[in-house]
Every structure is written in C-alpha cells, then in structure tokens.
Ligand binder design. Structure first.
Ligand SMILES: N[C@@H](CCC(=O)N[C@@H](CS)C(=O)NCC(=O)O)C(=O)O
Ligand SMILES: [Zn+2]
Ligand SMILES: [Zn+2]
Length: 191
C-alpha cells in the first residue's frame, strides 16, 4: 500500500483556477471560528515535511502556500490567536482552542519577509493554487517515519507530478541565496 501523505495528494491533485480571486480561511472550532480573509490566490503552494508546519491528523505532510501579507486580514475572533513558537523565524499564529495554524508571518529581515504562510485546505472555497512541489521531504524521518519508506513517499509525489526536495524548490532556494549574497555585498558575475 502506498503511504498516506495528505488528503490533497492521496486523492490525486486537483488543479486550481488560475483566475481564483481568493477567499476565507476558518479554524476548526465548532463555534466562534477564527476567520482570515485572503484577497488573492496563494503562490508556491507545496507539501512541507517539516515538524513545524500544521498538518491535519494522520497526514505526513503539511500543505502550505504564501500570500503577500497586505492581502491577509483577520476578520473574526483574532483574540483566540496565539504564536506557537515565538523563537521561530515564521511566527505561526494558531487558534488557541482548536490548534490549527491560521497564518505564519515573518517579522525579521528575511528573503520571505512580506509573505504570509497559509493552509488553503482551511477554506470552504475551491480553486486555490494546487501543490507545486514537495519540500523538506527528509524531515519526516525526524518525526518517526521509517527511512526505509522514503522511496515510496517520493514516488507518490512523482506520480502526482510533484518534484521532491529536501529543502525548498530551486526557484525558492535561488531567492534565499540571492538575498544572502546581496546582504553580503556580493557582485554577480556576468553570464
Ligand atoms: N528538519 C526541521 C526543518 C525545519 C525547517 O527548517 N522548516 C522550514 C520549512 S517550514 C522553515 O523554513 N522553517 C522556518 C520556521 O519554522 O520558522 C524540522 O523538521 O523541524
Ligand atoms: Zn479554532
Ligand atoms: Zn514546514
């Protein structure tokens, strides 16, 4: 049997609507839900195998994308939000009651500053950008996944058209390296 990765991967990836205008995210409380409005689609949506990103019960991976922070606003029950780990780069704002992460925000100088991290599966609307790749794949071993099962995990992403990486995708790694180089005053050579 192939490993269960996340419902959005296990059941086959459904393409998003390229003209999707955005929507809302809701926490999983039965009442007084935290509601977050997103004024655009998300980008760089991906499966993340790290231990810090929120995932639904039983999933091996989180599915997480980014949106400009100016396009995100908390519409209801903001007082329930708590930062999971104040020492982390990404300040993950979770509902203190049901535990789902409503958005992650970077406050320090960082290549991804200005982008918030969100989980589109918390939205009742359909059409969000589909997952584009899998990142931090090897990190699931740190959470107890048997290393012998890793080929099957990577194969399952590949059959669904998603490349797998042990950090982030090449465009995002290039963005991080460009930020680091510029900060250090590196001059890029001509091609
Ligand atoms: N192997 C580590 C990787 C953690 C990690 O570096 N996560 C990435 C992907 S979300 C990151 O950018 N983390 C920044 C943060 O969590 O603040 C783990 O699984 O905890
Ligand atoms: Zn909640
Ligand atoms: Zn992560």
């Amino acid at each position: 049997m192939s490993p269960s990765i996340h419902p959005l991967i296990d059941n086959g990836v459904t393409k998003g609507d390229p003209n999707f205008p955005g929507g809302t995210l809701q926490c999983r409380c039965p009442s007084n839900q935290v509601v977050v409005a997103l004024k655009s689609n998300i980008a760089h949506n991906h499966a993340c195998g790290c231990s810090k990103c929120w995932k639904p019960a039983g999933a091996l991976f989180s599915i997480v994308g980014v949106i400009p922070r100016d396009n995100l606003s908390v519409e209801a029950n903001a007082s329930k939000l708590k930062v999971v780990d104040p020492s982390a780069v990404i300040q993950r704002n979770a509902c203190g009651d049901c535990g789902v992460h409503m958005f992650g925000r970077i406050e320090q100088a960082h290549p991804f500053h200005g982008l918030d991290f969100v989980h589109a599966e918390l939205s009742p609307q359909k059409g969000w950008q589909e997952p584009q790749f899998a990142g931090f794949v090897s990190s699931i071993i740190e959470q107890g996944y048997n290393p012998e099962g890793m080929d099957a995990v990577r194969a399952k992403f590949q059959v669904n058209g998603l490349n797998t990486y042990d950090a982030l995708s090449p465009p995002l790694m290039d963005l991080i390296a460009t930020f680091t180089a510029k900060k250090a005053g590196v001059k890029f050579a001509n091609l």
